[in-house]
Ligand binder design. Structure first.
Ligand code: 9MR
Length: 706
């Protein structure tokens, strides 16, 4: 990271970092309850899912209600407050008051939000249902979507863009003003408008009676989603309302979820309630979701039976007195068993973990190259994983392990942005080196951390990588090509070099760009930021390139595994925060060993101006991301959750990398006894950002339970 031309802005950003974490699209900032007894939300988090409820603004003042809400749920759907009759009761006159009340409750309690709903035939004011002219209705619909989404921009995890558009018992759309006046194309138009309005929100189609696979309505919707995906119409998720009778979900519910997921959309259970709340029916519903890795969360449609739209059925998890019912225990226990969901056909997240160099590491071509499987010393000394990621972290830091080494042609102020793999009995570290005149990169290797300080520094500007601005390296072995890749930034592009032998610093090829130019979505959002910190991770089908803009956006592009490194396209905003300090730079994405789970780390700037890391998890690389330890008070890593037995040499826990369990393109980590190589600096240092005395140290997790 960190361009030459960034000096002034860096300092301003540090000073500006005063506000508390704002809600982040695609990721909440806090867990709803502190560590302790299992709750619905905390039980869902380890598998990368959320557990939500519908909330009525009018009940927030009922403390029995809000106590359960904040203890149990980490996702909120406003039950009625975002519907058209509430938000735009007369044309062009918007009222977001009741919805804002819920949003503000969610934000201050670290809960994410589902937006419900933008285009629906019901709860639609008569001024809309009476429109007969297509041009008027089109403009009214698009304005409603744009204005509503703009108001909540950056705060909504998923929007129900279109609700209940299909007719019961049919593959066709139901009759509605939208269908009659605009034709069936209104759905596509609504989704396109929605994407433009808030590119970071997941866009869902939501409906009921679509849970049974063979139902005509299910099939009609399936055909529409397949068509949308094949034509690039922006749809990210399908919401299955799941208002069930006493027998609970149909036997084919799991098939339905996985078949939709296989189209390349997330699936969510959005309005679950079951007449009389039989525990087994609830458990079966939860398990159906857990069995599909793209089933990203479950929302029940209300908290207590007395809060339900069908209260006579007593369909919820808490009785009217707020006591958990037997169904609650069944859900808690089903969630607890679901931390390793089986794979849906849609995802490739079941890619073999790379801890053992046996599977993905098999080279296709026999060459002179040094192969990672050449001896038995290739496995990282990371513990093998049978555990799960915790939701709070504690670390112990080493002192400074690696300092810059200047030579006749390099007068280095700081060593930064390390990337590290353990391969053939050695740690191989790549890092940026900075001084007031610019950035280049360095390579060193050593057998043990006690040797790190004495390792030789090889300056990569002497390799074909060459001189000029090169920074923030990431190294991995790309098994399909039996080749090492170094990914780094070169100012105007994300670049890479390759090398047959990681231990040969002169073997790197000259830089090549991943893109022909900065993707449009980045130039549209980067503002005064900088395009930094490129990061590649692959599953068994695709490779993804993440980057940051120091302006609140995390971007993601993708290509197929077979095309890599060519074909990086479809750049989208993977996460966004209105306060750039909350989502600043140095993002890492890892595969968690033994699970269909990914871990996202993003460096943030705290209210004290110091750097720290936030974390999220997801069942797939393309999200959605659920908060893990994502706030200043519960960070992934910050000075506050790190002890320094050999002296507190830094208050910044900044740009670095986890020590991986393997070294290939899957970037697999163990969730146990984690170690993080990071950059820190003397807290009293000041001056130009690029001349700060950054040094490298190693965090070791001290609260690992596995
Ligand atoms: O729970 C909602 C209830 O308070 C409203 O009176 C009703 C009005 O239509 O909508 C209920 O929520 C519905 C949701 O928005 C869409 N799917 C069906 C839900 C239950 O009717």
């Amino acid at each position: 990271m960190k361009g030459l031309h960034r000096l002034g802005r860096r300092r301003r950003a540090v000073v500006a970092g005063l506000s508390a974490a704002a809600a982040l699209a695609g990721a909440a900032t806090l867990l709803p309850s502190s560590a302790g007894a299992a709750t619905l939300g905390t039980q869902a988090v380890p598998s990368g899912r959320y557990f939500g409820t519908a909330v009525a603004a009018g009940r927030l003042g009922d403390s029995a209600y809000s106590t359960i809400l904040d203890r149990e749920f980490n996702m909120i759907t406003p039950e009625n407050e975002m519907k058209w009759d509430a938000t735009e009761p007369s044309r062009g006159s918007f009222n977001f008051g009741p919805a804002d009340q819920i949003v503000s409750h969610a934000t201050s309690h670290g809960q994410q939000l589902r937006g419900h709903t933008l285009v629906w035939h019901s709860q639609l004011p008569t001024w809309v249902s009476g429109i007969t002219d297509a041009a008027t209705l089109r403009s009214v619909m698009n304005n409603h979507i744009t204005t509503t989404m703009a108001h909540f921009k950056g705060k909504i995890h998923s929007w129900d863009v279109v609700n209940e558009a299909f007719a019961d018992g049919s593959t066709q759309l139901r009759s509605s003003v939208f269908q009659k006046v605009l034709g069936e194309g209104f759905i596509e138009e609504a989704f396109r408008t929605a994407r433009a309005a808030d590119p970071a929100a997941k866009l869902c189609y939501n409906d009921y009676n679509i849970e049974n696979w063979t139902d005509a309505k299910t099939q009609g919707l399936y055909a529409m989603v397949r068509d949308f995906k094949s034509r690039g119409v922006p749809i990210d998720c399908v919401g299955f309302q799941s208002h069930f009778g006493t027998s609970g979900p149909p036997a084919s519910f799991g098939t339905t979820l996985s078949n939709f997921a296989a189209l390349g959309v997330d699936v969510q259970i959005t309005e679950l309630d079951i007449a009389t709340a039989p525990p087994t029916a609830y458990a079966n519903t939860v398990k159906a979701c857990l069995n599909v890795s793209r089933c990203t969360g479950i929302t029940v449609w209300g908290i207590r039976d007395s809060d339900s739209w069908r209260s006579a059925d007593n369909p919820l998890l808490f009785d009217s007195g707020g006591n958990p019912k037997p169904a609650y225990d069944a859900v808690i226990s089903a969630l607890g068993s679901g931390t390793s969901p089986s794979t849906s056909p849609s995802t490739s997240s079941s890619a073999s973990p790379s801890a053992s160099p046996s599977s993905t590491d098999q080279p296709r071509v026999k060459t002179r190259r040094v192969r990672p499987t050449a001896d038995g010393t290739t496995t990282s000394p990371s513990p093998s994983a049978t555990g799960s990621l915790p939701s709070t972290f504690q670390w112990s830091s080493s002192g400074v392990l690696i300092s810059p080494k200047s030579d006749a042609s390099h007068n280095i102020a700081g060593i930064k942005d390390p990337s590290v793999v353990y391969y053939k009995g050695k740690y191989h570290v790549f890092a940026s080196v900075a001084d007031s005149s610019g950035y280049s990169m360095v390579y060193l290797s050593f057998t043990d951390w006690s040797q790190a300080g004495s390792a030789t520094h090889h300056y990569l500007d002497q390799s074909p990588i060459g001189t000029g601005y090169r920074a923030a390296p990431q190294v991995f072995y790309f098994a399909p090509q039996d080749l090492w890749y170094l990914v780094y930034q070169t100012g105007g592009n994300a670049s890479y070099s390759t090398n047959a032998d990681i231990s040969n610093p002169n073997g790197w090829s000259a830089p090549k760009g991943f893109y022909s130019s900065m993707p449009a979505i980045i130039s549209q959002n980067i503002g005064n930021g900088y395009w930094v910190d490129m990061w590649v991770i692959c599953d068994s089908a695709n490779c993804y390139l993440f980057s940051s803009d120091d302006n609140g956006q995390l971007y993601r592009s993708q290509t197929t595994l077979s095309q890599f490194p060519n074909g990086m396209t479809n750049t989208v905003i993977a996460a966004q925060d209105a306060n750039r300090n909350n989502l600043f730079e140095a993002s890492n994405v890892y595969k968690v060993q033994g699970k269909n789970q990914y871990l996202l780390l993003v460096e943030a700037i705290g209210s004290d101006g110091r750097r720290y890391f936030r974390s999220w998890t997801s069942g797939s690389i393309d999200g959605s991301w659920t908060a893990l330890a994502a706030s200043e008070s519960n960070p992934f890593a910050a000075a506050g959750n790190v002890t320094f037995p050999s002296g507190a040499w830094t208050k910044d826990i900044s740009h670095g990398e986890l020590i991986r369990a393997g070294y290939d393109q899957t970037l697999t980590i163990s969730p146990c006894k984690m170690r993080y190589l990071y950059q820190g600096q003397d807290p009293n240092a000041s001056g130009d950002y690029n001349s700060l005395p950054w040094r490298l140290g190693l965090l070791t997790q001290s609260n690992s339970t596995c």
